[in-house]
Write a protein that binds this ligand. Structure first.
Ligand code: PLP
Length: 447
């Protein structure tokens, strides 16, 4: 089992000391309600004060087991001391200078480290010793914005294929790729033109693309990119059919289309490999990443095969992207991922899936689990086997009231995306709480 090099002062299982939400949490939620945008989606009134490893403490002293990692972000756990140390040291030296106009070593160092790990073929004529070049961003959406721009710029083509159920972000380009929920699009149009969505994950869908769309409405010679999540994230942690990603690669090769893989949620070790696409041995042309890359500091990156990154100075840039403090956190994160956390994600993911399989056998409303590493989900279904999103929502609520933090995804799924530092006792605690909810009977309503 992985030893956690953290001076832990929080208990390692939930500790509830007030009714939820406690008085301080209640007051902050009220203040928030009066002043922040109503577009945020809070499922339960968790007001966090601090985090350590897999545990977070709220403002009333209640301690929760976090199976969300702040939406799959705190890869190394909350406030890992090595990440915090890297942030301290870098922030004391240099907070900002803008990598767009100046140089600093942290940005180059992280770019070298990411580029050397990119699952791309190395090309002799790329004029760099690395299989990738890197552009740093501040978020997943911004990484995808840049990737579309790069794909259009390089191919001189405008059309893009994306997938239903996909989530790529909420800025205009990224939102135009997103095919997740109508609330994310309604009244925001017109979106970026030229995006066609097809169903995710099946060979039938790729048959439709090749045999129907490419021969009728979508000339393949005008398609710049196919943008795909190797495991669909917000769409439900859907693992595609065998051969699906390889076939996209083949289609791209045949029509000189770029394969853009969105690893914002699935990347940075979460599935037990640095990039989830590596599970299938497929080499894409562009990878977008963010979320876990810097353990919680805002950072994202576009990795592209060097010969594609031909855009000239000024054509794409950002003031904050590649901030030195975020890059220092990224370097520390990568070191930790490779010195045990990715391996831990594999082991703990297997344990989690085995435990969820047992829960499925005891409670038929829980589907068999799916996913890879610590990117795992189950669906909640009714007696007829239909998706039951109300049951899912109630379980997420009830788990909160028992000190377990969960998030939903897809139509009626619960996702498990804890910090990769989670240990077997914490996995057992999470499973035990879910089991207890079913044993006691899921309440119909909440205070
Ligand atoms: C696969 C994927 N791409 C892009 C995004 C957008 O990332 P951000 O919220 O950092 O813009 C997300 C966020 O959930 C995601 O899961």
């Amino acid at each position: 089992m992985l030893s956690i090099p953290v001076n832990l002062s929080l208990p390692q299982s939930p500790r509830l000391v007030t009714a939820l939400p406690g008085p301080h949490a209640k007051a902050i939620v009220e203040r928030d309600r009066a002043v922040t945008s109503p577009s945020y989606t809070r499922d339960y009134p968790l007001v966090v004060s601090r985090g350590e490893g897999c545990m977070v403490e709220d403002v009333d002293g209640n301690v929760f087991l976090d199976m969300t990692a702040g939406i799959a972000v705190t890869a190394t756990g909350h406030a890992h001391p090595e990440v915090v140390k890297a942030i301290h040291e870098q922030s004391a030296r240099l907070l900002h200078m803008s990598g767009t106009d100046f140089y600093y070593e942290a940005m180059v160092e992280l770019a070298e480290q990411l580029a050397s790990r990119a699952p791309f073929p190395y090309s002799q004529d790329s004029q760099t010793p690395f299989p990738a070049r890197v552009f740093f961003t501040n978020s997943g959406a911004e990484s995808n914005e840049g990737a579309i721009k790069l794909a259009r710029y390089y191919t001189k083509r405008s059309l893009i294929v994306a997938f239903l159920g996909a989530f790529h972000g909420r800025t205009y380009g990224a939102m135009s790729l997103t095919g997740s929920k109508t609330v994310q699009r309604a009244n925001f149009g017109p979106l970026v033109p030229g995006v066609t969505h097809i169903p995710y994950g099946t060979h039938a869908s790729l048959d439709y693309l090749e045999k129907q769309l490419f021969t009728t409405t979508l000339p393949p010679q005008e398609v710049a990119a196919i943008v795909v999540e190797p495991i669909q994230g917000e769409g439900g942690y859907i693992v595609p059919e065998n051969g699906f990603l390889q076939r996209i690669r083949d289609i791209c090769d045949r029509h000189h289309i770029l394969m853009v893989v969105d690893e914002v949620q699935s990347g940075m070790g979460r599935t037990g490999r640095l990039f989830a696409i590596e599970h299938w041995g497929v080499m894409p042309d562009i990878i977008t990443t963010a979320k876990g890359i810097a353990s919680g500091m805002p950072l994202g990156a576009i990795l592209a095969r060097p010969e594609l990154m031909t855009w000239p100075p000024g054509s794409h840039a950002t003031t904050f992207g590649g901030n030195p403090v975020a890059c220092a956190a990224g370097i520390a994160t990568l070191r930790l991922l490779e010195s045990g956390l990715m391996a831990n994600a594999n082991q703990m993911g297997e344990l989690l899936q085995a435990g969820l399989t047992q829960l499925h056998q005891r409670f038929p409303q829980i589907s068999l689990p799916r996913g890879k590493g610590l990117m795992v989900a189950v669906d909640l279904v009714d007696a007829e086997g239909n998706f039951d999103f109300k049951l899912r929502d109630r379980i997420i609520q009830e788990a909160f009231f028992k000190g377990l933090l969960l998030l939903g995804c897809g139509k009626a799924a619960i996702r498990f995306c804890p910090p990769l530092i989670i240990d077997s006792n914490q996995i057992q605690t999470a499973l035990e709480i879910i089991s207890e909810i079913f044993r006691e009977g899921v309440p119909e309503t909440y205070p």
